[in-house]
Design a protein around this ligand. Structure first.
Ligand SMILES: [Zn+2]
Length: 736
C-alpha cells in the first residue's frame, strides 16, 4: 500500500522549476540530448491566463488548447467548442503526445471515459498546429469505417478551422485518408501492410486489446505487436514521434504464483497481451481526488463506492456514494464532475509511480519511474459518462447471475468495459475438483427412466453420431436443479427405411445419409416419463436435436424439423448448434441463422444456438453443487455400474479459449446432452420462472400442463394422453 502522506508531494507540482525539467530530460533523452526539451504539458487555465500572441507559435500549443480553439464537438445535439473540463482526466494523456521524454503512451480506461474524443482532438491538432503526418489504427476495417463516418467526419465538418484545411477533391476525404493542407491523416487497421510503411510523427492505436496480439503474414514469423511496429514508424521523427495506445482491457489476468514479488502501488495484475502490459511497463498513473473533508488524496474507484448490498441491484445502485478511505465521509454522485475538475486544477489529478515504488509523483517530477512509456489507468467510477448507480446495479446483477449460473461472462464484461480493469476468474469456479470419484460419491438413488419426485418438467436431448442417436432425458426442478433420468442410444433404423437388408446384413442407423432414419426420434415428443411416488408422468417441454454432424446431418435435421412442425409439434422440437468461445453475447438464441456466407447454406428454419462454453461453465458449476445447494445437477445411482458413461460427464477441461476433451477421453456426449437439455430448459423459460408462482408447465403435481395420469401398470393411458395434448397446444399458442 502507498504511504499516503507522501502524496502531498504533488502539491509542489506548481513549483517545479525549469532546471528540474532540464535535469529530467538529460536522464531520459540519452543520445539525443542535444535537442531542447519542450516545456511540461500546459494546462488550459495557465494558457488562458497568459494568452499572449507570442504563445500562438503553433508548435507550442498543447493538444488540449489547440482542441479548445479549433475543434467543435456535439453535446446533446448542440455543436460547441471542445471543453477540457468535460473529461479533465484526458488532458494529461492527450498533451503528453507532444512530450519528448516519452516515445509512447498507454491509456487504460472504461468504455464511457471519452477516449474517442481525446483520440480525435489528439489526431487533429497537427492539422492546425505543427503539420505532420498522423496514423490512426482501428481494430478492423468495419470499425474504422464506422468511426470515420459517425465520429470523425461530423467533427471535421463542424469545426471550421479544420474543415477549411481539408482538401476539396473527392480523394482527399476517404475512409483511409484525410488530406489537409500540409498534413495527412491516415486511417488503417492492424495489418503489417499498414504498420510497415510510411513515416508518421504520431500513431494512435485505438481499442488496442481487440488487435491481434502479434501481427504477421505468417503465423510462424510474427512481426511483433502493433505497438512495437508503430514505434518503427515514428523513428525518423526522433524524440518528437509518439505512439499512443488506448483501450478497455479485454485479456484476462494470467494465473500463476509470483512468489516474493511485490507489485508497485499502481501496478495492474499480470496480463499476457494488450494494453495492460503496456500500462505496467509505463509510469503507471492513477487518477486521484482530494477529499473535501479531510484533504487527503484517494483514488475514486469501484471498491470505494459505498452502497447497501442488501437491497435489490437497482435500489442499491441508487444508494451509491463514494467513500473517502481516510475520514469515511460520503460523496454524492452529483459532486463527481466537480471533483474531477478540481483534480485538473491540482487538487488531486494524475500521480505516477517512482522507481523506488514508495512514492507517487506527477508526471513532470524528476523521480517518476524511468521508462519510455507514459501510462494511465482510469477507473470507471471516475469516468464522466458512467454513473454510479448503473455501475453498482450492473455489478450486483452480474454477481448474482454468476452465483446462480456459474457463468461469469457478464461479470467479466462489467470489469473490462464498465470499470476498465482486467478480470480474474474467481478460483472457486475454476475446474479442478470435478472427478469421477466425486461423481460416484454424489450419485442420487434413482430408478432408470423414473424422474425424481421433485421434477417439474422434462427436456429430452438428442445428439447425432455416425451410426446412432445418443438420447438423454433430464428432469428439472425448482431453482433449476436437474437430474439425469435416462440415457440410451437409438441404433436401429425404422423397419420401413430404405436399404435395410436382413439379419446379419441389416444396416446400421445412418442419420447423415437416410432422412428416413430420423423417424426413430418421432415418438420422443409424446413419451411420458413417470415421476417417483406420483401417479402421473410428464411429457417433455422440449426435445432438442443436434443440427451439426457429418455432411447431410444438417439437411436431414432441417427436413425433420419441418416435418415435426407440420405435425403441430413445432413448439416442442428444437434443432440446436453450438457456438464456442467465452465472448458469445448470449447464452442461447432461437432465431434464423445469419444468411449463409463463405459457402454456407442459408436456412429457412430457426435454430437454437447455444453458447456452449458459457453453458458448460454453468454445467460444471452445477455438477459441483451435487453435494447440495440450489441449481445442482445430479446423476442417478444406476450409472454406478457404467463407469464409462459416468466418465463422459467429466471428460472435458476448461482451457483458456474454451472447454475441450481431456487427453485420452473418447466420449463426452454426457456433457453435450446435458448442455443441450439446459439450453432447452432456458429456451422454454427456466431463467424467468418465479418459483413462488410458476407457470403451468413448471407446476408440481397433476396440475402441470404436461402431466399425464398413469394407469396402474405404470403405462400412460392413451386416451388420457391424447386428451391432454390437445389443450397443451392451445396453451402454447396463447403465450405466443
Ligand atoms: Zn476524507
Amino acid at each position: 500500500m502507498v504511504v499516503f502522506s507522501r502524496l502531498r508531494l504533488c502539491r509542489s507540482r506548481a513549483k517545479l522549476t525549469r532546471a528540474d525539467m532540464l535535469e529530467i530530460s538529460d536522464r531520459a533523452l540519452g543520445q539525443i540530448s542535444d535537442l531542447p526539451p519542450l516545456p511540461p504539458f500546459a494546462r488550459a487555465h495557465e494558457l488562458l491566463a497568459d494568452a499572449l500572441p507570442l504563445l500562438d507559435a503553433p508548435s507550442r500549443i498543447s493538444v488540449t488548447e489547440s482542441a479548445r480553439r479549433n475543434i467543435r464537438l456535439e453535446t446533446r445535439g448542440v455543436w460547441q467548442n471542445f471543453d477540457p473540463d468535460v473529461t479533465p482526466y484526458m488532458v494529461e494523456p492527450s498533451n503528453t503526445v507532444l512530450s519528448r521524454l516519452y516515445k509512447g503512451g498507454a491509456f487504460v480506461g472504461p468504455a464511457q471515459s471519452g477516449k474517442t474524443m481525446a483520440l480525435i482532438t489528439t489526431a487533429l491538432r497537427p492539422v492546425v498546429c505543427d503539420p505532420s503526418p498522423v496514423l490512426i489504427i482501428h481494430m478492423d476495417r468495419p470499425s474504422r469505417d464506422r468511426w470515420v463516418e459517425e465520429s470523425l467526419n461530423p467533427v471535421i465538418q463542424n469545426s471550421p478551422e479544420i474543415a477549411d484545411r481539408l482538401g476539396r477533391a473527392r480523394e482527399d476525404s476517404t475512409f483511409s485518408r484525410k488530406r489537409f493542407r500540409g498534413m495527412r491523416l491516415n486511417l488503417g487497421y492492424p495489418t503489417p501492410q499498414w504498420l510497415s510503411s510510411a513515416k508518421y510523427k504520431l500513431v494512435c492505436l485505438t481499442d488496442f486489446d481487440h488487435f491481434p496480439p502479434e501481427l504477421g503474414v505468417r503465423k510462424d514469423a510474427p512481426e511483433g505487436s502493433a505497438f512495437t511496429m508503430a514505434l518503427q514508424r515514428i523513428k525518423s521523427y526522433l524524440s518528437r514521434g509518439f505512439v499512443l495506445a488506448e483501450s478497455t482491457p479485454a485479456w484476462p489476468v494470467v494465473e500463476g504464483e509470483q512468489s516474493n514479488y511485490e507489485p508497485g502501488p499502481h501496478e495492474m495484475p499480470l496480463v499476457k497481451y494488450g494494453i495492460v502490459p503496456l500500462y505496467n511497463r509505463g509510469t503507471r498513473g492513477r487518477w486521484y481526488w482530494e477529499c473535501r473533508d479531510c484533504g487527503e488524496l484517494f483514488q475514486p474507484v469501484l471498491e470505494q463506492l459505498h452502497f447497501n448490498a442488501e437491497l435489490s441491484p437497482r435500489d442499491a445502485g441508487e444508494s451509491a456514494e463514494m467513500e473517502c478511505p481516510f475520514c469515511h465521509c460520503l460523496i454524492g454522485s452529483q459532486h463527481k464532475n466537480e471533483l474531477n475538475r478540481a483534480a485538473l486544477l491540482g487538487r488531486g489529478g494524475w500521480l505516477h509511480e517512482t522507481d523506488s515504488g514508495d512514492e507517487l509523483v506527477p508526471l513532470g517530477d524528476s523521480k517518476v519511474r524511468g521508462t519510455e512509456i507514459a501510462s494511465w489507468a482510469l477507473n470507471g467510477a471516475a469516468a464522466t459518462f458512467a454513473n454510479w448507480s448503473d455501475l453498482v446495479s450492473r455489478k450486483l446483477e452480474a454477481e448474482r447471475e454468476m452465483e446462480k449460473l456459474g457463468d461469469d461472462l457478464d461479470l467479466a464484461r462489467f470489469y473490462y468495459t464498465d470499470i476498465g480493469v482486467p478480470y480474474k476468474r474467481a478460483a472457486n469456479v475454476n475446474e479442478g475438483d470435478l472427478s469421477l470419484s466425486f461423481l460416484r460419491d454424489n450419485l442420487q438413488d434413482a430408478e432408470k427412466g423414473v424422474a425424481p419426485d421433485w421434477a417439474r418438467f422434462v427436456v429430452i436431448s438428442v445428439d447425432v453420431q455416425g451410426t446412432y442417436f445418443p438420447v438423454q432425458i433430464t428432469a428439472f426442478g425448482e431453482e433449476g436443479q436437474a437430474q439425469v433420468v435416462d440415457r440410451f442410444d437409438l441404433t436401429v433404423p425404422p423397419a420401413d427405411a430404405p436399404n435395410m437388408g436382413q439379419g446379419e446384413e441389416a444396416r446400421k442407423l445412418d442419420p447423415a445419409r437416410y432422412f428416413e432414419d430420423w423417424k426413430v426420434l418421432e415418438p420422443l415428443a409424446a413419451r411420458v416419463i413417470s415421476v417417483a411416488g406420483a401417479d402421473h408422468g410428464l411429457s417433455p417441454v422440449r426435445v432438442v436435436v443436434d443440427f451439426q454432424g457429418r455432411p447431410g446431418v444438417s439437411d436431414n435435421a432441417e427436413k425433420f424439423l419441418r416435418g415435426r412442425r407440420r405435425a403441430q409439434e413445432g413448439k416442442v422440437w428444437r434443432v440446436s448448434r453450438g457456438q464456442g468461445g467465452w465472448k458469445t453475447p448470449f447464452r442461447i438464441r432461437h432465431d434464423f441463422p445469419d444468411r449463409g456466407h463463405g459457402g454456407k447454406q442459408a436456412r429457412g428454419i430457426k435454430l437454437l444456438t447455444i453458447a456452449t462454453d458459457r453453458l458448460k461453465d454453468t454445467f460444471a458449476a452445477s455438477l459441483k453443487k451435487a453435494t447440495g445447494g440450489s441449481g445442482a445437477f445430479f446423476l442417478p445411482s444406476w450409472m454406478r455400474k457404467d463407469e464409462d458413461m459416468l466418465g463422459e460427464y467429466v471428460a472435458e477441461e476448461r482451457l483458456s479459449d474454451g472447454w475441450a476433451k481431456k487427453p485420452g477421453e473418447i466420449r463426452n456426449e454426457g456433457i453435450d446432452l446435458s448442455v443441450m437439455a439446459r439450453a432447452g430448459a432456458e429456451d422454454k423459460g427456466l431463467l424467468k420462472i418465479d418459483w413462488s408462482s410458476p407457470p403451468k408447465w413448471a407446476l408440481g403435481g397433476i396440475g402441470n400442463e404436461n402431466a399425464v395420469v398413469l394407469a396402474e401398470n405404470a403405462k400412460p393411458r392413451r386416451a388420457e394422453q391424447e386428451a391432454r395434448r390437445a389443450p397443451t397446444q392451445i396453451n402454447y399458442l396463447k403465450r405466443g
